[in-house]
Design a protein around this ligand. Structure first.
Ligand SMILES: Nc1nc2c(ncn2[C@@H]2O[C@H](COP(=O)(O)OP(=O)(O)OP(=O)(O)O)[C@@H](O)[C@H]2O)c(=O)[nH]1
Length: 332
């Protein structure tokens, strides 16, 4: 059985089907572009040779997979094709899907995608990222999801800088049905988060999600603000923050990568929330982030609905990328 057949069987199970449908729908743009180009290559070359790999390399690079990752992937593919004695280009597609998952995890296992929750204690998550990437929206969606999972969630409106950020978070708090702790615009974010921690503890919350301002224009300010906020969190809750989630907009491609690098210099980041994956044809950025920044993608935004923020899953991602391979039996 090929790798894609295995994925197909896996995602046919009831509890997994919804995930695969979300990824399949959300990744339509990337699939049409990426998979379409690979199909063209397969038809053009028929036989696996150097020229085929060279063009495949280009296709992967234009999908924003990242040059280093593409090099590794092509090397792996060449070895595997030789090992399995594959001659026809059409048989390479299944190997590509398998290697994409392998290269995503490297030496790690699937648990890298899980959020780090504390048992019987408050879990504090800090959410960072520049304005406009969908930070507030993602916090709202995440709060909704955690609440649906039975967790008591409190939000802290730490983005006191951007006009309207507090109100926007309030709207999301209402939508998700969770409490929000805020002060006025322009107040000290560290003070808001301090209040948030106190409130979360008093209300016996499981999770406190802290919004922050993303003033990337001035790296020193950003660093100072984030370190002040982190000092408060560390002092009030041992071993916190338990997650520092960096929100990046997938549609900004390489720009998202350079934003990420700046944030990594300012603070440590434990996971990425990659928004608007549905809005780009260059979904390969997921692989570049993981392999070049060495940070796992924990959530992806696959649409604007409250349920469209999905836990990242590399197998579902690859399934979304190649779902058209399975069209022939009309089940997907
Ligand atoms: N299609 C799609 N739209 C998204 C996704 N995530 C966020 N958005 C939309 O992006 C729009 C803009 O959100 P932004 O203004 O960028 O971000 P924000 O959350 O309002 O603000 P910031 O906190 O400044 O990032 C909103 O209309 C969201 O619905 C996603 O995964 N897919």
């Amino acid at each position: 059985m090929g790798f894609m057949d295995k994925l197909k069987n896996k995602f046919k199970q009831n509890d997994e089907e919804e995930i695969s449908t979300k990824y399949k729908e959300g990744m339509t743009k990337t699939r049409n572009s990426f998979s379409g180009k690979i199909n063209d290559l397969i038809a053009k070359y028929r036989k696996v040779d150097e020229d085929f790999f060279e063009e495949l390399e280009e296709v992967l690079i234009t999908a924003d997979v990242g040059v280093m990752t593409v090099m590794d992937l092509i090397d792996e593919l060449k070895m595997e094709v030789k090992r399995r004695n594959i001659k026809d280009t059409k048989d390479v597609k299944d190997v590509i899907s398998e290697k994409l998952v392998e290269i995503y995890y490297g030496d790690d296992d699937e648990s890298i995608e899980e959020l780090n929750f504390q048992q019987n204690e408050l879990t504090v998550m800090l959410v960072v990222g520049v304005n406009g990437v969908g930070k507030t929206t993602s916090i709202g969606k995440l709060a909704h999801q955690l609440k649906s999972d039975g967790k008591k969630v409190v939000l802290a409106a730490g983005d006191t800088f951007r006009a309207g950020a507090i109100e926007q978070l309030e709207v999301w708090g209402e939508r998700a049905g969770v409490d929000i702790i805020k002060q006025g615009a322009g107040s000290d974010p560290a003070a808001v988060i301090f209040d948030g921690i106190k409130a979360a503890k008093t209300r016996n919350a499981d999770v406190l999600i802290c919004d922050t301002a993303g003033r990337l224009q001035n790296k020193v300010n950003l660093m100072n603000e984030l370190s002040k906020v982190k000092r408060v969190i560390e002092r009030e809750v041992p071993n916190a923050p338990h997650e520092v989630l960096l929100v990046l907009d997938a549609t900004t491609g390489q720009n998202a990568m350079s934003q990420a690098k700046t944030f990594l210099e300012a603070t440590n980041v434990s996971g990425i929330v990659l928004t608007k994956l549905d809005g780009t044809a260059k979904g390969g950025i997921v692989l570049a982030i993981r392999n070049e920044l060495h940070i796992p993608v924990k959530y992806v935004g696959l649409g604007e609905e409250i349920t469209d923020l999905q836990k990242f899953n590399a197998q579902a991602f690859v399934f979304g990328l190649f779902a058209d391979m399975l069209e022939d039996d009309n089940e997907y």
